[in-house]
Design a binder for this molecule. Sequence first.
Ligand code: GCU
Length: 595
Amino acid sequence: MKTEVKEWMLVFLIFIFFAGSANAQTAMINVQARKTTSLNGKWTVIIDPIGVGEGKQVWQEKKSQKKTDFVEYSFEGGPELQVPGDFNSQLCELTYFEGTVWYKKQFNYSVKADKRLFLHFGAVNYLADVYLNGEKLGSHEGGFTPFQFEITGKVKDGSNTIVVKVDNKRLGNGLPGTGYDWFNYGGITRDVDLIETNETFVEDYFIQLKKGSLNTVSGWVKLNGNKLKQDIVVKIPEQNLEYRTKTDKEGWAKLEFNSAFKLWSPEKPKLYKVMVESETDTVADEIGFRSVEVQGNKVLLNNKEIFLKAVNIHEENPSKAARAYTAEDAGMLLNAAKELGCNLVRLVHYPHNENMVKQAERMGIMVWDELPVYQHIQFSDSLVPQKLETMLNEMVRRDKNRCGVAIWCLSNETYPGTPNRNEALIELTQKCRALDSTRLIVHVINTHGYNNNTFKVWDPLYNYSELIAINEYVGWYKPWQGKPSETKWDVVCPDKPVFISEFGGEAKYGSNEGPGDEAAYWTEEYQQQIYVNQIEMFGSTPNLCGVCPWLLFDYRSLKRMNQVYQNGYNRKGLLSEHGEKKRAWYIVHEYYKRK
Ligand code: GCU
C-alpha cells in the first residue's frame, strides 16, 4: 500500500517539478469548467523583425515626460491582431515572418480578498515572455501546450496591461528543431483567459479506468492552496455514484472505485458527467471509460480487437491557410476524417488544441497525441532533456482525462545514429509510463530499409514502442521493387502489432494532364495507384493493426517549391486544401468500409 501511494504522488510531483521552462507554471486542467474571463479579441502589436524591443524595454510602455523627450516605440497607433490566431495569416507583411512580435492587451479587473487569479495561455508559438503592468511574470518555451502565471497580489484594481513578447524563430535546440515540413505559424495561437479560483481549489485530477480493467477507476485529486486537508467527493450522478475520500496534508487524495460503466467506443462514445468536489471548490468534467491495450500482436479496445482506421491531420485550416484553433475548425477537420471512415486521428506532429481532442472524443474518434519531437532534434544539447520532459508533462497533464486519447506518441522519424537519441527517448518513454500507465506509448520510425521487395524494420526504439509504427512511402519516395502482395517483412520485434503510420504520395487535385504513370506530373491517377498498391500490400503485412494515410488535407509547407504543382503546399492530401476529393480518397474510403 505504501509504495502504491508513493507512485501516484510521484506522478503529480513530476507534473509540478517540470512546470514550464523558466518560470511559467504548469497550467491547471479543464479551464472550460472554471470561472474565466476571456482576454481573446484584438491585441495591439509591435512587429520587431530585428529584435530591438528587448533593449528598449518595450514592456515598460514609457511615455515622454518633458518637451525634449521622445520614446522610440509605441503600441498606440500600431496594428491589431486577433487572439487567438497565428500572426502570419493576419497581416501581409507577416506572411513568412519568423521573429518577434510584441502583443499588448489592456483589461480591467478587481479581485476579491479571498480569491486568486491566474493568467492562462492555451499556447503561444514558440517562446513567450509575459509582463504584467511592466513587471516580468516569466517565460515559456514550446508552441503547443498551455501554461499560466498566478497574478494574485500583482493585478491592480481597475486597469491592467499585459505585454507578451512572442518569438517564433526556429531554434537549433528547440522542439521541433529548425527543419520541419509544416508551416511555422507564430503568435498567441490559442485562448487567453483569466481564471479566478477560491483560495484553495481543485488543481488537478486523474480519473480513468485502471489498466486492464473495465470497471475500476483508479486515480487521484490534488488541491492547491492553504487548506489542503479536505473532504473530497467524486460524483457520477448517472451511476448514482458518490465516492468519498480525504486529502492529506499535502493536498492529495487517492481514488479507487468500481462502477458498471457503459464503455466509450467509436460506435457509442459515451461520456459521463463527473464532479470533483472539495469543501472549497467543484470542477465538472465529461469523462468516458474504456480500456486500450496491446495483447500479443493485437490492439484491443474494451478487450476486443480493433483495426485502427486512421488518418494524419495537421492543425491547419487548409482553406484559410491559417492555424486551426476554433471548435468550428475542429468540426471541419474531424467531420472529414469521419466521412473517410476513420476511428482514429493521428494529430501530427505536436499537441493540437483542446477543441480537437474533446470534439474527437465526443464524435467517437480515438486520438493519437504527439510531441514535437521530429526528425533532427539535438538530443545531445544540454537543454534538450529538460525541454522534452516539460513538453511531455504539459501534454499528458492536459489530456490525461480524455478517454478518446488512446496513444501518446513521443517521437517521429528520429535517427538512431544521432548522439544521445536512444538514451533520451528511452528515458522519456519511462517518464511517460510513470505519468500514465493506461495508454499505448509509441515511437514512429522511418529508418527501415526497403530492398529486394523486403522491408527491414529495425530500430532500438521499437523495443520501447508498443506498436511497430512505420512511415514508408513506397510508390512515392521509393519505387516498388516487386508485386506489392509479395512484399516481405523482416521486423525487429516480430510479435508486436504493426501500424503503418505514414504512406502516400502527392497529387494536385484536378491534375490529369501528364502521363498517369509518371510521378513528375502530380496526377491524381499516380497517387491513386500508390494507394491501390499499398492496400494490396497491407493484405499480406504481418500483424497489421492499422494504417494511417499521409494525410487528410493538402497543407502549407515552405519546403514544397514546385511552382506548377505544389505552390508551397505538401500535396499528399486525400483532399485538396479546399476539401475536394482526390481519386485516392475513394480508395481509402472503400478500404475502410471493408475493414
Ligand atoms: C515524413 C514526415 C511528414 C512529412 C512526410 C512527407 O514522413 O513525418 O511530416 O511531411 O514525410 O514527406 O510528406
